[in-house]
Ligand binder design. Structure first.
Ligand code: 13P
Length: 288
């Protein structure tokens, strides 16, 4: 059974580690991440952007696919199916479709509207036993058409949203979706510390988790980050392993072109990377 993320995130916050929220794009991604979580004995969140859900033929298809794969693989660790950067309509549709966690991203509205809509969505999610994440301050870069220049979240705005009863809060601290540019200034730990202080220990979410140096990840976790979103890094791993397979001519050896063979190196690379990140974030072994 898929679960709400509230318990796993609260435990991570108390235990000073973080849960990885890994974006899925298709069946291979789902299988690889679930296999990694089971092997690492780690709770896990599967993130689904609205663009990826559209690609996978809609929210209901995603719910059915993930539930069936989860049961068929005999997964025993806690797994939450989470909408990533949900719109107002998208979050409502996912709550209906059977997601066990949603993010409502109202960061592109003015704050009064973000507050009003977040409040409504928190009540709706909680009425169904679903965990919910909201966002204050844009995360830099572009993900599936959601574009933001990136900004440092206002601690007072974070406090106001935290007090609505959101389960975990995404706050901009200089993080960026996609590859980090060479001149990236790094995470703002001063701002992260201020946000954690005024939000009364609310679990915080670090978006743009691909390519952040290990010491910054460790420091962010020590300052209250309990969920780390990773998308780009798994795409790069998949692409590199697939490219290698083809460049070595393996698709031309025997039936190397069989999609189950062609996609396997990429899927194996995703699994290995997810296990490594679960060890890095400290969530490995926490579902034993
Ligand atoms: P990256 O693609 O940079 O890992 O960001 C993922 C993310 O934050 C999903 O919301």
């Amino acid at each position: 059974m898929l679960v709400s993320a509230t318990e796993m995130i609260n435990k991570a916050h108390e235990g000073h580690y973080a849960i990885g929220a890994f974006n899925i794009n298709n069946l291979e991604w789902t299988k690889a991440i679930l296999a990694a979580a089971e092997e690492a004995k780690s709770p896990v969140m599967l993130g689904v952007s609205e663009g990826a859900a559209k690609y996978m033929c809609g929210f209901k298809t995603v719910v059915a696919m993930v539930k069936e794969i989860h049961d068929n693989m005999g997964i025993t660790v806690p797994v939450a199916l989470h909408l990533d950067h949900g719109s107002y309509d998208g979050a409502k549709a996912c709550i209906e479709a059977g997601f066990t966690s949603v993010m409502f991203d109202g960061s592109h509205y003015d704050f009064a509207e973000n507050l009003e809509k977040s409040k409504e969505m928190i009540a709706l999610a909680h009425s169904k036993g679903i965990s919910i994440e909201c966002e204050v301050g844009g995360i830099g870069g572009e993900e599936d058409g959601v574009v933001s220049a990136g900004e440092l979240a206002d601690p007072q705005e974070c406090k106001t949203i935290a007090e609505l009863g959101v389960d975990f809060l995404a706050a901009g601290i200089g993080n960026i979706h996609g590859k980090y540019p060479a001149n990236w200034a790094g995470l703002s730990f001063d701002r992260l510390g201020e946000i954690q202080a005024v939000t009364n220990g609310k679990p915080l979410v670090l978006h743009g988790g691909s390519g952040i140096p290990a010491d910054q990840i460790a420091k962010a976790i020590s300052l209250g980050v309990s969920k780390i979103n990773v998308n780009t890094e798994l795409q790069l791993e998949f692409a590199a392993a697939t490219r290698k397979y083809i460049e070595e001519g393996k698709d031309q050896e025997g039936k190397g072109y069989d999609p189950r063979k062609l996609l396997k190196p990429g899927a194996d690379a995703i699994k290995a990377k997810v296990i490594a990140m679960m060890n890095q974030f400290g969530s490995a072994g926490k579902a034993e």
